[in-house]
Design a protein around this ligand. Sequence first.
Ligand code: HEC
Ligand code: HEC
Length: 313
Amino acid sequence: MTFIRIGFTASMVFCAFLAAAAVAQKQDQKNDKTSPPVWTVPDINALPDDAAGRLVRHGRDLITMTDAYIGPHAADRDTRFAGNNLACGNCHLEAGTKKFGLPIFGLASDFPRYSARTGADISIEERMNGRPLPVQSPDMQALAAYVKFLSSGVVQGEQVPGHGAGTMPELDRAADPKHGKLVYTRACLGCHNTNGSGIARSPQAMSLGYAVPSLWGGDSFNDGAGMARLITLENFLHSNMPHGADYRNPMLSNEAAWDVAAYVESQARPHKSGLDRDFSSDLLISPLTRPTDPTASPKSNINTGRLSLSGRQ
Ligand code: HEC
Ligand code: HEC
């Protein structure tokens, strides 16, 4: 995860929002415990134009146009919380509603969740960096309202299939960044640019964000982000890239996805301070390897995790 660090207190409040939403849903659905999980994204256009509806819409805008509101070039200097110009929606695709595109749909049913990084239940903190987003800020409230809205109708505790980015099988060799470079040139460079810098909508106005987001360099996700984990990036790419792919119609072979992920991870990017004290930097004891993480297994960490990535460039 790249940017704003939602402070500990902020995240607890965020969790409280989510928990309250979940309780409401549970009551709504207590007579229907056997219904299978569905992927029914509620229609934001159907919301009334009242204060609650506007709050949810602002939350959605924060996901898709993050840079305009809380990016490093946001018009209001006091709300420049994000550490780079990526939008949340550059990774949480289709405003957080795409299956295996790191959705935030239905997430409220799965929180609060234990984080081994903090040793406490959290929501969206620790994965983020930058300046703390104040709990009471309209932006924080809006993000929470949007996440809650997207979980309308999802039963508490329900594991909605389609969360995360997928679970592709590991290779029986380490991922190969040299082959990955060839894949990058063939399948990514046309959009993400020669140096992974992406394409700004307007280089003179970075608050407009990216037409194609950056993959490495000074304005990309840092080395402590979820995307900096080879296995997460591999699954994301297989399910979503080149742009237009989805989990039913992948465009990369499994091998190509591992190798190009290794190439992207081998490039320079901002450093998250304190990473050496972070559990997840040791992939053998990483909390992310616990069985509840669908994208992880100890084997994959040995064969294909960051530590075994050969030929860093
Ligand atoms: C047709 C253009 C296109 C191609 C080709 C393409 N991408 Fe993307 N990529 C995008 C766009 C656009 C987004 C942002 C998604 C959005 O906002 O909906 C994106 C998002 C991403 C992200 C998440 C955001 C970030 O910057 O970290 C990664 C990682 C990524 N692409 C990697 C790749 C890789 C690796 C390839 C080659 C295998 C690739 N993409 C091919 C257009 C493309
Ligand atoms: C560079 C890609 C990227 C960007 C940009 C990004 N995220 Fe994420 N986010 C991830 C990944 C990857 C995960 C999966 C968890 C992990 O591996 O750390 C995640 C997880 C999450 C989760 C928890 C989801 C779950 O299933 O547990 C939330 C909530 C979230 N992000 C919110 C945000 C918000 C809000 C923003 C913008 C301020 C944002 N993210 C920007 C990549 C990104």
